[in-house]
Design a protein around this ligand. Structure first.
Ligand code: FAD
Length: 453
């Protein structure tokens, strides 16, 4: 070990939030040392949001083209993955090269250290043979890894996680997707639209099980109509690979496919990170923080590792709070009442705040309103591809919305009005007493509000 190197702040992990916080603190004049083991920018630009949404954009174009007959003539669609794979390489990930992001950070005066960081004491971080002493503190933004379930036979097979599928240069003939959450559902639909025979295997009784039951039913109906096989209540018991094919044993039946995508959630290894050295619980699922993202004296945590939702917008939101806290700028602490999330399937499932089940479990007197998008003026005009619904959850005692789901074309965009209503606690009477632009998709919110009972 060399002599300890002194710095103001060590940022561990340069995910979206870490990158933002490290850059902002460096620009503010602090001596910032950022440790990154893989790629500056984290999962989102290289293996997550950005390339997956490029894939989704391409897959949705195919679906739209297939909707031309009956509405606009005829169209022959020949899916071709090569422009998608190229775009992921050239535009999204620079062939998985983070030079631009790394230079952006060092250009702000930051100090980038490549390698795996471990917290080795209060204010002390070790990367390889270098030891850093942070005068102000440590910001943890170590993110999450794909969680691999302990299914018999799975380890050692050439399964894909999000990291491999994002790099796919060809679409497989067949694929089993283990896990019907947001990542599994999005990628299942992409590859099915490009011609892969896809089966989604979900141990729970429904896909996207963290969403309203209506959202799960909608996605299962759409997937089935598009030829995706959906197996719910189907825990995989054993998995094998014979050199060319995967076999997934589900108790009474066995599925076979060329590829297996494991999308069964995310995990973080707090013990390996060394959090015990600053008095934190290394066996915990996530790092507990206060409203200022403080986890311990001189330790802040942001992003997936805090357990408030594995979203880029959460990581960035929390990073801004940490920057304000470290720079003594004040402002508001974190508020998680109106956290939005979008599953970018087609239809998109956007949701914010509590589901009806969560609101009831919280002891609220719940009223719900639901309207179907195809029955709205815009949905009817839209016709093919108009599936969706808007569901609003009211705390009837306070007459404010506490949750909402917006599923349908542009479901994630329609969500914005509902997010503002929930975050600002706009009285339902006010939401009812305003004109909604005709004929927009968001206008269906008015119908959902009328249906509150
Ligand atoms: C396929 C997929 C699609 C997604 N789509 C969306 C989406 O549409 N919208 C959305 O909001 N979110 C999406 N997400 C989630 C999103 O990618 C993450 O929430 C986001 O990257 C924020 O994570 P983070 O800031 O916690 O850190 P991460 O992005 O996970 O980055 C953490 C970084 O820390 C580094 N690191 C970890 N430990 C150490 C260590 N000890 N020393 C040094 N470096 C370390 C890692 O190498 C990594 O680069 C998606 C994720 C996946 C996998």
């Amino acid at each position: 070990m060399g002599e300890p190197e002194h710095t103001d702040v060590v940022v561990i992990g340069m995910g979206p939030g870490g990158e933002y916080a490290a850059g902002a603190l460096a620009e503010a004049g602090l001596h910032v040392t950022a440790a990154e083991d893989r790629l500056v920018g984290g999962e989102c630009p290289y293996f997550g949001c950005v390339p997956s949404k490029m894939m989704i954009r391409a897959a949705n174009l195919i679906a739209e083209a297939r909707r031309v007959p009956g509405l606009a003539g005829s169209a022959t669609v020949t899916p071709d993955w090569s422009p998608v794979a190229l775009r992921v390489r050239e535009e999204a990930t620079d062939y998985w090269d983070d030079k631009v992001a790394a230079d952006r950070f060092t250009g702000k005066g930051g100090h980038l250290v490549r390698g795996r960081a471990t917290i080795t004491g209060p204010g002390e971080v070790t990367v390889g043979d270098r030891v850093f002493r942070a005068r102000r503190g440590i910001v943890i933004n170590s993110g999450t890894e794909p969680a691999i379930p302990p299914i018999q036979g799975l380890a050692g097979t050439p399964y894909w996680t999000n990291r491999e599928i994002i790099q796919a240069e060809q679409v497989p003939e067949s694929m089993i997707v283990l896990g019907g959450g947001a990542i599994g559902a999005e990628l299942a639909q992409v590859f099915a639209r490009f011609g892969t025979a896809v089966t989604v295997v979900e141990a729970l009784p429904r896909l996207v099980s963290f969403e309203e039951p209506e959202a799960s039913a909608l996605i299962e109906r759409i997937f089935t109509a598009e030829g995706i096989k959906v197996c719910t209540d189907a825990p995989a018991e054993r998995i094998s690979h014979n050199g060319t094919q995967f076999s997934v044993h589900l108790g009474m039946s066995t599925l076979m496919a060329e590829r297996l995508l494991v999308a069964t959630g995310r995990r973080s290894d707090l013990a390996a990170l060394g959090v015990a050295a600053v008095g934190l619980d290394a066996s915990a699922h996530a790092i507990a923080t206060d409203g200022w993202m403080r986890a311990a004296d001189g330790v802040w945590a942001i992003g997936d590792v805090t357990g408030h939702g594995a979203f880029t917008h959460m990581s960035m939101y929390q990073a801004d709070i940490v920057v304000r806290d470290i720079l003594g700028q004040g402002g508001e602490p974190a508020d998680y009442r109106a956290v939005p999330r979008v599953t970018f399937t087609d239809p998109e499932i956007g949701s914010v705040g509590l589901t009806s089940a969560q609101a009831a479990a919280a002891g609220l007197r719940v009223r719900t309103g639901l309207t179907q998008v195809p029955y709205s003026a815009r949905g009817w005009i839209h016709k093919a591809g108009n599936d969706g619904f808007i569901k609003v959850i009211e705390d009837a005692d306070r007459s404010v919305l506490v949750g909402a789901t917006s599923a349908g074309p542009c479901g994630g965009e329609v969500l914005s009005a509902l997010q503002v209503a929930i975050r600002a606690e706009v009285p339902v009477a006010t939401l009812r007493n305003m004109p909604y632009a005709y004929p927009t998709f968001y206008r269906a919110i008015e119908d959902a509000l009328k249906g509150l009972s």
